[in-house]
Design a protein around this ligand. Structure first.
Ligand SMILES: Cc1ncc(COP(=O)(O)O)c(C=O)c1O
Length: 387
């Protein structure tokens, strides 16, 4: 299989599995227990906290709250507005559902929602954003990088704007971690991250919370995570996240440029082969691993299925909404028609991809797409050059 769906999840690094294993087999203690087994688990959790804190440039490990993943980290972060006098959140129009749907559900509690739009290039509409982040807004949530088309957002600039008006700034960095520098030094008050996007296990994530930010708990429970997230710690998962974070810190900078080269080679081969393929967000800042392509007039879902039969794994829209045929809200927010949004396929590269994988995908597309053209009611045949 050629796996081009790293934004959905990444393969677990064998070194992460090796680090986790003892915490199921021998060191299965509860990190809250006072005996030796408990203390060993606690030590492992705290080492992992230091590793994630170092990756995110936190001032102190205590600023890291372990969660069950990116979705919980986002939900926890947006809930911070409940402790604020200003009952208004501002979120970008291309947020992952973990942020977008939480912002929507807060409306039932009387917390209103402002949208920060993006331009058709995929970049944030900075002027409108600056205008809409006014003194009525308590919390701004702007993702660091978009998971569907890869767009990068000016988190530091928007954090400054938020702070100037007295608001907090949260950033969902799940799709950015390992693909670009993510740091608390951006000024962000809260940063969501998830282990499974950087070679760690699924079901483990974290929220960086700047010291002094008041964070109401979603799970008061037994008061773990300094009262911010109750529940017995997922020790093995947290250890795996710590190891993935350590490896990410050591290796991702070098890896990134190699991955970007693969992605760029794919896009160049694609554009050589097809006059009608359209790549979203290509003229704006993007992470180097993602390519969201609209194949005009085709069904993205049908292409993904046909590619799967050729042994190539890609996705349509965000993985979390796959299984539904609704067009991706993030692609629609770029000004795409419903048809173009539904014709969009996401190719995301990562560790394990080799040179030639992108070209193999383009050759498979060249075989697949003309077949769709034959079925088209309007009889138009798209140009595809077979190499
Ligand atoms: C940008 C973004 N935020 C949040 C999430 C949710 O993370 P998790 O799968 O760990 O809940 C994802 C996962 O696809 C994502 O891409």
């Amino acid at each position: 299989m050629i796996y081009l769906d790293h934004n959905a999840t990444s393969p677990v690094d064998p070194r992460v599995i090796a680090a986790m294993e003892p915490y199921w087999k021998e060191r299965w203690g509860n990190a809250s227990s006072v005996h030796a087994a408990g203390r060993a688990a606690r030590r492992a959790v705290e080492e992992a906290r230091e590793s994630v804190a170092a990756l995110l440039g936190a001032d102190a490990p205590e600023e890291i709250v372990f969660t069950s993943g990116g979705t919980e980290a986002d939900t926890l972060a947006l809930g911070a507005v409940r402790a604020l006098a200003r009952r208004r959140v501002a979120v970008s129009s291309v947020e992952h559902p973990a942020v977008a749907e939480m912002a929507r559900s807060l409306e039932a509690e009387g917390i209103s929602r402002e949208i920060l739009p993006v331009l058709s290039s995929g970049a944030l509409d900075r002027e409108t954003a600056a205008r809409r982040i006014d003194p009525s807004v308590g919390l701004v949530s702007l993702m660091w990088a978009n998971n569907e088309y890869g767009g990068l957002f000016p988190v530091a600039e928007v954090a400054d704007r938020a702070h100037a008006t007295g608001a907090l700034l949260h950033t969902d960095a799940v799709a950015a971690l390992g693909k670009t520098e993510v740091s608390a030094r951006s000024g962000a008050d809260m940063i969501s991250v998830s282990a499974h996007k950087i070679g760690g296990p699924k079901g483990t994530g974290a929220l960086y919370v700047r010291r002094g930010v008041d964070l109401p708990s979603l799970l008061p429970g037994g008061g773990q995570e300094r009262g911010r997230r109750g529940g017995t710690e997922n020790v093995a998962g947290i250890v795996g996240f710590g190891e993935a974070a350590r490896l990410c810190r050591l290796e991702s900078v070098a890896e990134r440029s190699a991955i970007e080269t693969l992605r760029d080679a794919f896009e160049e081969a694609l554009l050589r082969a097809s006059a009608s393929a359209r790549i979203w967000g290509r003229s704006a800042p993007r992470v180097g691993n993602t390519s969201a392509v609209a194949f005009e007039g085709a069904s993205g879902e049908a292409i993904a299925i046909a590619l799967d039969l050729e042994g190539i794994a890609v996705s349509v829209g965000s993985a979390c909404s796959s299984g539904s045929v609704a067009p991706s809200p993030a692609i629609l927010a770029l000004g795409a028609s419903r048809a173009d949004a539904k014709a969009t396929v996401r190719f995301s590269f990562g560790r394990g991809n080799g040179s030639g994988d992108g070209e193999t995908a383009v050759r498979a597309l060249a075989r697949i797409l003309p077949k769709f053209d034959l079925d088209r009611a309007d009889g138009r045949v798209r140009e595809w050059r077979h190499e």
